[in-house]
Design a protein around this ligand. Sequence first.
Ligand code: ZN
Length: 140
Amino acid sequence: MVSSTTTFSVPTRRKNEMIDITGSVRDIVRRHGIKSGICTVFVPHTTAAVTINENADPDVPRDILVALERIVPREGDYAHSEGNSPAHVKALLTGSSVTVTVEAGKIQLGTWQGIFFCEFDGPRNRQVRVTVLGESAASS
Ligand code: ZN
């Protein structure tokens, strides 16, 4: 049984941004060589998030960010003294973790799916934690 967590950094450049981290997650999972299991991607932040969506057309993450901006306006009845309540609400809507199944050492994403780190209060240096859990190919 393999159970291992790897942390990597994601430097963000904009206030709101979706960054495709599929390649980094794929590499971490591949290094563990598990036959089958699961992989979770967790973001330990309250104004950033992680999600799975289309990574073929860059207009999709662009449109998602525009829609989130409409749903959660920058100005509003916010009391939080830090002034970044819209970012907290966007993170709430998007979520702080995703789980993907792993087969034959590979994460099983759909054809059009990618894993995105979502920044809502950048730019900052962020962390992503990838936990790989499963049966190793060597032990079977
Ligand atoms: Zn805050």
